[in-house]
Design a protein around this ligand. Structure first.
Ligand SMILES: NC(=O)c1ccc[n+]([C@@H]2O[C@H](COP(=O)([O-])OP(=O)(O)OC[C@H]3O[C@@H](n4cnc5c(N)ncnc54)[C@H](OP(=O)(O)O)[C@@H]3O)[C@@H](O)[C@H]2O)c1
Length: 402
């Protein structure tokens, strides 16, 4: 039985949510001409360096640099990101009474950013648009009626669609939420999407207790790495499924160092070794599916009776197929999760978002949650960053550092 075809679903949603997304990003719109404006003087933040791959290993992040020459990665039509994105000067609007000027510090490239530029994501902005939906910036100027933000605050966006691949922006206060600036920069830049998705999926679908198990595919993804760490902090076993690759042992060691209980190849899901594995930990009550296709079907086979599989991604671009027996004889629950919808559902509940971010930041400070392995790139190097983001088996999040 075909339960969901991710691409059809995405197509329908494009129509439904386009207007909503556009509303969310209107303040972020800029025309493609340069302008000059006053630079605020700011404290230099101590180097919030986090674990990363790539050549800029010990870069210091300073907020002293000017936001005068604002630039951003703009696309005027949908298509292959490396073809349609251009780095262009941006004209920033004046900072209105309820707006703030933000100097962007770092912004990751996520699969949904790529899909948005390709025109295949569930929500699409009006064109021309600026790429990127996630990232951290620092407030450098506040409007006269701004009450919750001050100069120097680190901020991330509340919703998708602001366009974060840019050096600076003027955004409405209500579109932003603060993060403490004592966490590493790369952790802050990658906190708003994947760790939020991971913590919600581990909290909202099954009442898991220490000693329970969770199984997930795409375990080396940004979401997967956050799941491993948050689950370990909660005393949960994780069975982590990754695609086979030449350096599998290295990846296995890295995920285990993060707290993964078991790391297995996709193929192992169909092998008798699984019986041996379940002598060491209980069958999972929760399965997290970021892939779809056969991989999702195989996860389902190992769920406990009455367990839940949550689909949050469709990297294989294949529908999820649920064996009839899993529904009849195991009564498994098939659910979906979208963090953007969660944030919209709780947009009027300041406490819910704050509590989630505070919990994640506490884990970061306690050394229990870190950013995924990251490779940093300057805005000018965006072609290289995009190419790397679209390659399989990279196991690193590409991050634009402004
Ligand atoms: N629903 C939500 O709220 C939500 C929130 C965040 C993310 N997501 C979705 O979750 C997925 C992962 O996002 P991310 O930012 O964590 O990704 P990421 O860090 O860029 O990693 C991508 C992952 O997908 C795997 N992958 C790619 N193609 C695959 C295929 N054909 N078969 C199996 N695995 C494949 C990669 O494995 P290799 O290393 O083997 O290439 C890697 O583990 C995306 O689909 C994203 O849109 C959804």
């Amino acid at each position: 039985m075909k339960v969901a075809n991710v691409s059809c679903f995405a197509f329908k949603f494009i129509r439904l949510h386009k207007r909503e997304l556009c509303r969310a990003r209107t303040v972020g719109q800029c025309s493609a001409t340069t302008t000059q404006f006053q630079q605020d003087s700011l404290p230099v933040h101590p180097s919030p360096f986090n674990r990363c791959l790539g050549h800029k290993l010990h870069r210091r992040y300073s907020t002293e640099s000017s936001v005068k020459d604002c630039r951003g990665l703009i696309y005027k039509k949908h298509g292959d990101p490396s073809q349609v994105l251009q780095l262009e000067p941006l004209e920033l609007p004046h900072v209105g009474a309820k707006s703030v000027l933000v100097k962007m510090l770092a912004a990751p490239i996520n699969p949904s950013d790529i899909n948005m530029i390709q025109g295949t994501y569930a929500i699409l902005p009006d064109l021309p648009a600026i790429g990127g939906n996630e990232g951290v910036g620092q407030v450098t100027e506040v409007g006269s009626q701004v009450t919750k933000l001050k100069v120097g605050d680190w901020v991330i966006s509340r919703d998708a669609g602001l366009g974060t691949w840019r050096s600076a922006a003027v955004w409405k206060e209500e579109d932003l939420v603060t993060l403490p600036s004592d966490i590493p920069l790369l952790a802050a830049a990658t906190l708003g999407v994947n760790p939020c998705t991971a913590i919600r999926m581990l909290s909202d679908f099954e009442a898991l207790k220490p000693g329970d198990s969770v199984i997930q595919n795409a375990a080396n993804s940004g979401v997967g790495q956050a799941v491993i760490q948050i689950a370990a902090a909660r005393g949960l076993h994780t069975i982590n499924v990754v695609r086979d690759r030449p350096n599998l042992q290295q990846l296995t060691d890295r995920l285990k160092a993060m707290g993964a209980t078991h790391v297995i190849k996709e193929e192992t899901l169909r092998r008798p070794e699984m019986k041996e594995l379940f002598k060491m930990c209980p069958r999972p009550r929760l399965a997290l599916n970021g892939v779809g296709g056969k991989s999702a079907t195989e996860l389902l086979r190992h769920l406990q009776n009455g367990g839940t599989m949550v689909t949050y991604g469709g990297m294989a671009k294949q529908p999820v197929t649920v064996p009839v027996s899993a529904l009849i004889f195991k009564d498994v629950k098939i659910r979906g999760f979208w963090v953007t919808q969660w944030k919209r559902n709780y947009s009027q509940d300041e406490g819910a978002m704050r509590a989630m971010l505070d919990e994640l930041c506490s884990l970061i400070r306690a050394g229990k949650l870190s950013a995924p392995a990251c490779a940093e790139h300057s805005l000018q190097d965006f072609h290289k960053a995009l190419d790397a983001a679209m390659q399989p088996y990279t196991s690193a999040k590409q991050v634009l550092v402004m």
